[in-house]
Structures are given as C-alpha cells and as structure tokens.
Design a protein around this ligand. Sequence first.
Ligand code: AMP
Ligand code: GLY
Length: 423
Amino acid sequence: MKVLIVGSGGREHAIAWKVAQSKKVTKIYCAPGNAGISEFAECVNIGAMEFDKLVAFAKENEIDLTVIGMDDPLVGGVVDAFEKEGLRVFGPRKNAAILEGSKAFSKDLMKKYNIPTAAYENFDSPEAALKYLETAKMPIVLKADGLALGKGVLICNTREEAMEGVKTLMLDKQFGDAGNTIVIEEFMTGREVSVLSFVDGNTIKIMTSAQDHKRAKDGDQGLNTGGMGTFSPSPFYTKEVDDFCRKYIYQASVDAMKAEGREFKGIIFFGLMLTEEGPKVLEYNARFGDPETQVVLPRMKNDIVEVFEACIDGTLDKIDLQFEDNAAVCVVLASDGYPEHYEKGFKITGFENFKDKEGYYVFHAGTKFDGDNIVTNGGRVLGVVAKGENLKAARAEAYEATKLIEFENKYMRNDIGKAIDEA
Ligand code: AMP
Ligand code: GLY
C-alpha cells in the first residue's frame, strides 16, 4: 500500500512512524512533512490546505490511503474533496469535523444529548454577551467558536477581564471570524485528561489516556502553547472514571453525531476535566492530539493501518485495540522565547544518539534541512519521548533523552509528568 499523510508536526511524525511499522505499507508520502519524516517518507511540497493539489497528487501517485493529521483541512472539508474523487481517506467529513470546528455546535450537541459538560450560553452579539456578564458568576470562560490555534479560550477571573475578553474576541476579532460567535461557560476545576479514540461511525474504541502540559513554564505558569509535553497513561484516569465516560460520554457522542446525520469516522479526541461532580467534556477535537500522539502511538500494539481501514469500512468492532502495559513521557524541546518571539535556523546535533536506544524516540515538530544539517524551524522544535515500565521510569528516561540533543536556545519545561507524584 502507498500511504499519504497530511501535516508537518510532531503528531504527523508519530503517525508516519507508526504507519511505517505496518506490514501492509510499501511507500509513505507526507505533505508537506518535515526533516524527521523525510528519513523514511518522501516529503512533497504541498500545503495541507491545497486540496486540489493533494487530490491530484493522490490520483497521480495511486495512493491507497490518505491520513489527515491536522484540524484545519478536516474542518475545511478535505475528506469530502478526496471522497468525491473516489479516494480512500481517513478522517471525518466536513459535516462531522464541525465537532471541533464549532464550539457552539459541540456545546449544543452535548446539551441536547445530555453529555456532561460545563453550563454555557452561546452569543453572536457582543451586546448580549456583555449584558450576560453583568450578572454572571466569576471566574468565567470565554471561547471563540471557531478554530484559533488552541488560543481562543480566555479564562477570566474578574468581570472587567471578561468584558475586555468579549471585546478582544468579538470586536477586535483577534482570531478573525472564529470570534463571530462565542461560548461563555462556567469555570470548572479539576485535573485534565486527554482521551483519543478511533471511530467508524457506529463503534468507538478508546486508546490509552494521556495528559498534556499547555503552559510554557514550569508549574503551569506562562502563556498557553501548543503543548510542552505529555505523559501516558494518566494515573488519574481510573477504572471508575473510564466506566463513567464509557457510560455517559464516548458512545453517547458518537450516537449523537449519527442521530444528527453527521456520521463521524476518524479520531475523536475527548478533552476531559475530572471535576468533583464527575468527568465533563471540556472540548472535542476531530483529530489526534499534539503532543499526545507522541506518547500514545509508541504504546499501541496494533497495526495502525488496519485500524484506519476498519474505521473507513465500518468494521472497527472486529479490531481488538491493544496497548502496552507501560508508560511514555514526551518532553518538548522548544526555541527559547516560544510562544512569543524566538529565533530559528540553529543547527541541531545528537540525532545519531537515538539510533540504538530501545524505547527512545525523537519526533520532529519544527525542523528543516539546511544543506546537510537539520536546523530549528519553529517554536516547538522536537518532542523527545521515552518509554519505561511505569511513569516514573519513563519520565527519568525522557529527561535523560533530552540531554542527547543540542541546539542553541534550547528550552524545555523541567516538570513534565511531575503530577504523577501526586497520584
Ligand atoms: P479548550 O480548547 O476548550 O480545551 O480549552 C483550552 C484550555 O482551557 C483547557 O485545556 C482548559 O485548561 C481550559 N478550559 C477550557 N474550558 C474550561 C472551563 N470551562 N473551566 C476551566 N478551564 C477551562
Ligand atoms: N494537545 C492538545 C491538542 O492537540 O489540541
């Protein structure tokens, strides 16, 4: 089989690496890919939003399966564009990717089908939003309806901050049209857990749990980022939590989408908060998480291409999804200054140190070739991953692994996985 993967980050590197293990696969392409992916796949210079070019490439090169990693193309209808030409593609159609593409849609869906989530109201006028805030309980959370690179969520401690937030999202349009509608929702407290799942329209199979670290600095301080590190599994995702989510959240979400005429095939990523009242859905994503994928896929035992195909064919019930009984930790090596100002173009050394290290992985996020050298080319540069027999061991190994890579302005959090000490 020839497989095309669409995307260019650490998530896509992990997906491509896992696809490369499949017995069925003879050739992998990645559009646009990155320096790490190019070690075992052919990177093609087509952007993830260039649907016509992607479809033409898939036809010309007789691609048997295309896997979409990123949210923007999914929400924009890339799957529909492939299907229209009779091409096999893994991911939700546009009418299902709205689960991630519109927070107002997903909140209304959860309300209609009694799926536990924070209380909320949707607003498409700033006046109405401001009026609501006059009497609302603080702290409160404002969310831009549309995609905003994970940055469209404002946690507001005071009424003034919240009113200012409405201005930022709806009037100044910091996130463009994503802020035409906003969700205002109750502030919840609790631990966050990410749960990824495969879905074939009817059946849902849950992968192992993970936890992200979104803030830039140790102790969850600093600005929100695309994710500074992850661990899997989450020790807070207990059997009791899992039972609850299976009963009230997972299948209910898949059934709700089907009942709405929006059959979902692909990945549903449940962003959960474990509140005192039980687990609640913070958000849905319609794709693999980044950097959750980097700790989940190295622990997965199945041939991922078989699972992708089962989702497309509606035969996921036949798949016995299995994960190793161990743990993995990912520490992101970033450019100092990220997520604000940072420099690029520094030479990265040490990749060869990973060659013979069993259970160590390095997934590229923002890198490129400069002649024969690999150089930094983004805020998040690499995700260094290690597996261990348990979370403590994996964390120790992952931090050992960070020492094997060097580049100027290398920055990382030193407390990834610290929460496991409290479990
Ligand atoms: P989201 O993109 O909806 O997952 O929101 C991004 C982050 O904002 C989440 O990972 C949480 O840390 C935080 N957040 C979102 N909604 C809430 C809420 N209702 N209460 C508290 N924190 C929230
Ligand atoms: N790690 C969070 C996300 O992928 O959205």
